[in-house]
Design a protein around this ligand. Structure first.
Ligand code: ZN
Length: 433
């Protein structure tokens, strides 16, 4: 039932003692070996010995994505180069990529965290894991792969894309677990329905999906179309990759592997630490990484920590699903809107598919938003009048969710671009100069 019962079901006292010991070791390692951290500490007169309690972590300055970019590619190593065995990097779509380097110790920890998650999804050693996360610099593919190896399960490194081959593999190998982004899982679900393969022909039991935001409405669609139970997984390249946290069968928040990562929630505006249960920006500190330890990394992801007991018996602290990023919050006509709110609103309407694109423009002085939504297959063959009705329903639903009026256009099934990595949902063409 647990991959590592001792680590996952520790008492609070035992956990905090371990976290403090590991935090002190990590701070010392970073201070003594990474110029960047030494400089940051010296600037404010902070010494590793000043970290006497877990609360003292708040004295440490934040690390941001900009800091990592400035250290590109390998400026933050805490060990000699010969100890590094693998590197990964973020896509770099909004600037220089951020790179993470792993020692063998770090890869072992990564594998351990993923193995715990695979077990949460019910995996056993004879399970077949169809790993449809992209392999490459992106952390998804290799992260799951290391975990599958650690567990001793059978990992199929099919990577993302080639949908027909994905379906054939599900049937031929009778894959037990599917791992991929939620948008690709939804697409595979759709494709399965279309291909005429029935749920009886496949043997999927669970899915592990993350790397992009998704709503419970999208979860329902994936679970129904593939006949599986889905598990939300969280992680980010800058900190390790997927596996920092994952949902158990209770689907009630993601268990953070908090013997390896120390989470805090801060107010994104003021940087102040806020209490468990309240929403804010997640900040993570690695507790065991040796290649590139990271102190108080501002993830920009908005969530809340949940420290009530989970029915599964694990005592690791949980985080709620990500509802947005402090930097992808769209400000439209002065109103804060998250793409996830729009997804939630449109999936309430029958006839809408989970494939959508939000287009923000400012043709004159006012923001205009167009939401393009693919029609479900059934809808498209109905009358024009029916489509207009659905457009109005989606418009009303988005208005009640966000308070703003948007234009809605229903388009043909499969006319919007599909993504095999992270889905691009927002095109913001406003000129902010
Ligand atoms: Zn649980």
């Amino acid at each position: 039932m647990f991959w590592n019962e001792k680590a996952e079901c520790m008492s609070k006292e035992e956990k905090e003692e371990l976290q403090l010991k590991r935090l002190q070791e990590t701070v010392k390692l970073a201070y003594e070996n990474v110029e960047f951290y030494k400089k940051r500490f010296d600037e404010i007169g902070l010494k590793p010995e000043d970290i006497k309690t877990l609360k003292d972590i708040e004295k440490i300055p934040f690390t941001t994505k900009t800091d990592l970019r400035q250290a590109y590619p390998l400026g933050l190593l805490a060990v000699p180069r010969e100890e590094i065995v693998e590197v990964h990097a973020s896509s770099g779509t909004t600037g220089k990529p951020t790179v993470t380097a792993y020692t063998q110790n770090d890869l072992d920890i990564w594998g351990e965290c993923i193995a715990r998650g695979l077990k949460m999804a019910g995996a056993e050693e004879d399970y077949i894991i169809q790993n449809a996360y992209g392999y490459g610099l992106f952390t998804g593919g290799f992260g799951i792969h290391h975990g599958g190896n650690r567990m001793g399960a059978i990992t199929i490194p099919i990577s993302a894309g080639n949908t027909q081959r994905q379906l054939d593999t599900m049937v031929d190998f009778q894959s037990d677990i599917l791992t991929c982004t939620p948008s690709y899982a939804a697409y595979l679900g759709e494709s399965l329905e279309k291909s005429g393969i029935s749920l009886d022909d496949i043997n999927l039991k669970a899915g592990i999906h993350g790397a992009e935001m998704w709503t419970s409405e999208l979860r329902d669609r994936i679970e129904t179309s593939l006949g599986i139970k889905t598990h939300n997984i969280y992680g980010l390249t800058e900190v390790m990759g997927p596996g920092v946290a994952q949902e158990c069968d209770c689907q009630n928040g993601m268990h953070i592997q908090d013997d390896h990562f120390y989470p805090e929630i801060i107010n994104p505006e003021t940087g102040e630490t806020i209490e468990h249960g309240e929403r804010g920006e997640l900040v993570l500190t690695s507790l065991t990484k040796t290649g590139m330890p990271i102190l108080r990394f501002r993830t920009k992801d908005l969530t809340a920590l949940m420290d009530d007991e989970c029915e599964c018996g694990r005592t690791t602290i949980r985080m709620d699903r990500i509802t947005g990023r402090s930097d992808d919050m769209l400000k439209i006509k002065g109103v804060m809107v998250f793409p996830s709110q729009i997804e939630k609103a449109l999936l309430r309407v029958t006839g809408a598919s989970p494939n959508y694109m939000i287009h923000v423009t400012r043709p004159d002085i006012l923001d205009e938003v167009e939401v393009k939504v693919e029609a479900s297959k059934e809808l498209f063959f109905d009358e024009m009048k029916e489509m207009e009705k659905v457009e109005k329903q989606i418009q009303a639903s988005i208005r009640s969710e966000t308070g703003i009026r948007v234009d809605v256009t229903i388009c043909e099934p499969e006319s919007l671009p599909r993504s095999e990595g992270k889905a691009v949902r927002v095109i913001d063409e406003r000129d902010f100069e």
